[in-house]
Design a protein around this ligand. Structure first.
Ligand code: AKG
Length: 264
């Protein structure tokens, strides 16, 4: 297979417009300073607290999708863990990016933390809409990866294959996969991946954890990865804004009605 579709990859930018054009060209973008420091601290602490609590009470999970090892920790359903993750889901920057790439209204398909403790290995190389019937001629998914720790080449920063969105879902060859590059950026940055870009997490060879929150958005015609109707903490629905309720699927648009549209 020709490999001339592989691009050199995006740089780190401070501009949303530049990030969106990187996303179009490379299938990925890195936006610096996407989280203000107070919010970053709160998200970081809430994530590591949830990780600690899950381990303490025997609730710790890994992602079964791939070759995970016992030092990778996955926390699904983050909006149910702490209201700060609801704030993240509907951050104006997130909604702006979703609206300009997918459209609005949109759904939150899942929001999970991926924490690589020291020694954690890579998961399966995948693209986030690989479960859809191909060819995938458009992006149906936007993955917003919020970096809670610095991503470095040796702590498992997400590895991605720039330009691989042009394969329309076809799995890259091993030769191409060998040319994946790590996302390297400071905590508080945002890694943006469109649904056809092949990626995985790197290997954490450092002596500290590496955490990120992956918020995956999609069109409201697709079943979300997380079944919010069963798994969401009821307070998120009860007290959540209209935007949040839309993201979780509690505000039907054309599909998902309850006796029509009125009085829900
Ligand atoms: O943790 C990472 O760097 C990548 C995570 C990922 O690919 C996923 O959650 O599907």
């Amino acid at each position: 297979m020709e490999l001339d579709w592989i691009t050199e990859g995006p740089g780190v930018t401070n501009s949303v417009d530049a990030a969106l054009s990187d996303l179009e060209e490379h299938g990925a973008a890195i936006l610096a300073d996407a989280l203000e420091p107070g919010l970053l601290r709160e998200l970081h602490d809430a994530t590591y607290h949830a990780a600690h609590t899950d381990r303490k009470y025997g609730l710790a999970q890994q992602y079964e999708f791939g070759e995970d090892d016992d030092v990778n920790q996955r926390i699904w359903n983050m909006p149910s863990h702490d209201p700060v993750f609801c704030e993240l889901a509907e951050l104006p920057l997130a909604i702006d990016l979703v609206t300009r790439t997918l459209s609005w209204p949109a759904s939150l398909s899942s929001m999970a933390a991926n924490i690589l403790h020291t020694g954690s290995g890579s998961m399966l190389v995948h693209c986030d809409q690989g479960h859809l019937p191909g060819p995938l001629t458009q992006s149906w998914v936007l993955n917003l990866g919020w970096l809670l720790d610095d991503f470095t080449p040796d702590n498992g920063g997400t590895l991605f294959l720039p330009g691989s969105h042009r394969l329309n879902g076809e799995r890259p060859s091993e030769e191409a996969i060998a040319r994946m590059i790590p996302a390297v950026a400071p905590a508080g940055s945002l890694l943006i991946l469109e649904g056809r870009t092949w990626h995985t997490n790197g290997i954490n060879l450092s002596d500290k954890g590496r955490a990120a929150i992956f918020a995956v958005y999609t069109f409201p015609v697709l079943l979300p990865q997380e079944n919010w109707f069963l798994s969401l903490n009821p307070s998120a629905r009860q007290f959540g804004s209209e935007t949040l309720q839309t993201l979780f699927g509690f505000r039907p648009q054309i599909l998902g009605r309850v006796n029509g549209m009125d009085g829900i």
